[in-house]
Design a protein around this ligand. Structure first.
Ligand code: IMP
Ligand code: MG
Length: 199
């Protein structure tokens, strides 16, 4: 029987890429205090790891959006459910995304943020499904060029589940997972196997 899913990017690969990205962002933004914006909820795990690899006095802000149907149907138009807390006028902004697929959602969002007149705006995406791109956009900081496969883990969900899987999984049999959403339970973290904590 073929597997429903397999590890596409393991936690060590992810850690190394996040470290590289952090180092690059630190170098590019020397002397600045950028605002890193995460689009909830998928980007939050990546953001949490990324900021701890950036040696700059940065700020973090969050935005939550809801789509009208899928990205193509809505042409990327979204409703802002939770807006940023702070003004981004005259700030250096880095939008942190888990994955850019068609790019429709993100390009719409970038338009909205651009109208608030930041000094600069860059995109940092962990995964770039570049073959699926409809809306062209520049991803200055990219973790991995991701194949055209459904992925879960490290913040990415299947029906709101599995965001806490430490690795990024490629789902090979989506119908099987839809029929039985428990199939990926073996990939959840297993804190029980770590070294015992010392008293
Ligand atoms: P798009 O770039 O406008 O098509 O939409 C990107 C959004 O779709 C991402 O922020 C994710 O929330 C979601 N998404 C796209 N591909 C995947 C995937 O393979 N797994 C989980 N979520 C995905
Ligand atoms: Mg997202």
């Amino acid at each position: 029987m073929s597997e429903v899913a397999s590890v596409l990017y393991g936690r060590e690969d992810i850690r190394r890429r996040v470290e590289d990205l952090g180092r690059t962002i630190t170098g590019d933004h020397e002397g600045r205090a950028p605002v890193l914006i995460s689009v909830l909820k998928g980007g939050s795990v990546f953001l949490a790891d990324l900021i701890r690899e950036i040696r700059l006095p940065l700020a973090v802000d969050y935005m939550s959006i809801s789509r009208y149907g899928d990205a193509a149907e809505s042409m990327g138009r979204v409703r802002i459910v939770k807006d940023l807390d702070e003004d981004i006028g005259d700030r250096n902004v880095i939008v942190v995304e888990d994955i850019v697929d068609t790019g429709l959602t993100l390009s719409y969002l970038l338009g909205v943020l651009e109208s608030r007149n930041p000094t600069s705006m860059d995109v940092c995406a962990l995964l770039d499904k570049s073959v699926r791109r409809i809306a062209p956009l520049e991803i200055r900081y990219r973790g991995f060029d991701c194949p055209d496969v459904f992925v879960v883990g490290y913040g990415l969900d299947f029906q709101e589940r599995y965001r806490n899987v430490p690795d990024i999984l490629a789902v090979h049999d989506l119908p099987a997972l839809q029929a039985d959403p428990d199939l990926l339970l073996p990939y959840l973290p297993d804190p029980g196997t770590g070294a015992p904590t010392t008293a």
